[in-house]
Design a protein around this ligand. Structure first.
Ligand SMILES: CC(=O)SCCNC(=O)CCNC(=O)[C@H](O)C(C)(C)COP(=O)(O)OP(=O)(O)OC[C@H]1O[C@@H](n2cnc3c(N)ncnc32)[C@H](O)[C@@H]1OP(=O)(O)O
Ligand SMILES: O=C([O-])CC(=O)C(=O)O
Length: 383
């Protein structure tokens, strides 16, 4: 066994997977053989969930039955609603409220004694969690705003129903299609930190609620999903600074700041999801006449792609660089951006947990011990 430490597990292969493939040099992402560009243009989020969970694209009948089953599972019970009200009163961050609520959902699961290594029950639990996350998030947002929560509707799509519950009004086609596309783009991405966290928990034979709760926790950090909120806050800071965005970014680099939304462990080139979200951000800005968010982001990107310090390290925009400007233009509050990422990525967490339980072995790496080996015991009164 090599004693070399692979910090951050860089380059370490820990599992086989059929789910998503990333070519970090070419900027290519596929889910089960399908290019992300095709899925973003042609599929719905529900169709992508089916693809990830069942292994192939659904027929129209399969998709309709799958979507109906999930839509019927959207409601959350009073205990969860009341916990969300308490968390809103305490001004809890939405990702922390989501983490708590997902954990609570197990109390009302209709199959509490299901075997956690049985893939079919794992999938049913994963489907219920996925169906309920938009309801948790919209309920939380409305409670924070002092408004009455709006219950889910079964006749709307996953994306459309979320926007309906958030605002109380049916979304227009542009908003619904834009969110649906964003959900597709964020659904899976290999063994990113939150997916790996879910897999580690599943590998102990803990149940799906525990695995997804771990995923939400891991996604919330600013090096991972939390970066989409940081990017938008940065763009707002740029806007309010009254500085030219290029001057702002030069000063930020001089101050040793990291630029959120740049850099990736796997991509050395621009993330293909950022290419799609950039175009969507540009279109939304063009349609509304308020192009400044797209323009600020684009100006910063254009400067940084020519910056030797960035290019030498292979730093390019990741998925979070443009997603925030898209959500912002849909009128979504900035601290709901990462929860929306979770609302999508739960599909990937469940898919990887399924792969894990189908061929399980507990994850148990080792640390290289760097401490003392012959320490002398000193009685407490002599220390
Ligand atoms: C959905 C997602 O999770 S996508 C990623 C979202 N996160 C962000 O956007 C946060 C900003 N980016 C980062 O912090 C990193 O690029 C990560 C976390 C994404 C990847 O981390 P790692 O692969 O461990 O790369 P690491 O942090 O070691 O960076 C390598 C070098 O690039 C620099 N670097 C990395 N990202 C950035 C950045 N955004 N801005 C400035 N410098 C950066 C590091 O300082 C380091 O420089 P050094 O070699 O001179 O010390
Ligand atoms: O793959 C990663 O490390 C991070 C990422 O882009 C994602 O989770 O979508």
């Amino acid at each position: 066994m090599s004693g070399d430490v692979q910090k951050g597990l860089e380059g370490v292969v820990v599992a086989e997977s059929n789910l998503s493939y990333i070519d970090g040099d070419e900027g290519r992402l596929i889910y089960r053989g399908h290019d992300i560009e095709t899925l973003a243009a042609e599929a719905t989020y529900e169709e992508v969930l089916y693809l990830l969970w069942y292994g192939s694209l659904p027929t129209a009948e399969e998709l309709s039955s799958f979507s109906d089953t999930m839509a019927a599972e959207r409601d959350i019970d009073d205990r969860v609603r009341s916990a969300l009200a308490d968390l809103a009163a305490a001004d809890e961050a939405p990702m922390a409220a989501l983490r708590t609520a997902v954990s609570m959902l197990s109390a009302s699961d209709p199959e509490p004694d299901a075997d956690p290594v049985e893939p079919a029950s794992t999938l049913r639990k994963g489907r219920r969690i996925t169906a309920k996350i938009p309801t948790i998030l919209a309920t939380y947002q409305r409670l924070r705003d002092g408004e009455e929560p709006v219950g889910p509707r079964e006749d709307l799509s996953h994306a459309g129903n979320f926007l309906y519950m958030l605002t109380g009004a049916e979304p227009d086609d542009v908003a619904e299609e834009t969110l649906d596309m964003a959900l597709i783009l964020h659904a899976d991405h290999g063994l990113n930190a939150s997916t790996f966290a879910s897999m580690v928990v599943a590998s102990t034979l803990a149940d799906t609620y525990a695995s997804v709760t771990a995923g939400v926790g891991a996604l919330s950090g600013s090096l991972h999903g939390g970066a989409n909120q940081d990017v938008m806050e940065t763009l707002i800071e740029v806007d309010e600074s009254a500085k030219d965005p290029i001057q702002w970014v030069k000063d930020a680099i001089d101050d040793g700041r990291k630029i959120p939304g740049f850099g990736h462990r796997v991509y050395n080139v621009k993330d293909p999801r950022a290419v799609i979200l950039e175009e969507k951000s540009r279109q939304l800005g063009g349609a509304s006449g308020e192009r400044k968010w797209y323009d600020h982001a684009n100006t910063i990107e254009a400067y940084l792609v020519d910056d030797a310090g960035f290019t030498e390290k292979g730093l390019a925009p990741n998925v979070d660089f443009y997603s925030g400007t898209v959500y912002y233009q849909l009128g979504i509050p900035v601290d709901m951006f990462t929860p929306i990422f979770a609302m999508s990525r739960v599909g990937g967490w469940v898919a990887h947990v399924l792969e894990q339980v189908e061929d399980n072995r507990i994850f148990r790496p080792r640390a290289k011990y760097t401490g003392e080996t012959e320490a002398e015991w000193t009685p407490i009164e002599e220390r």
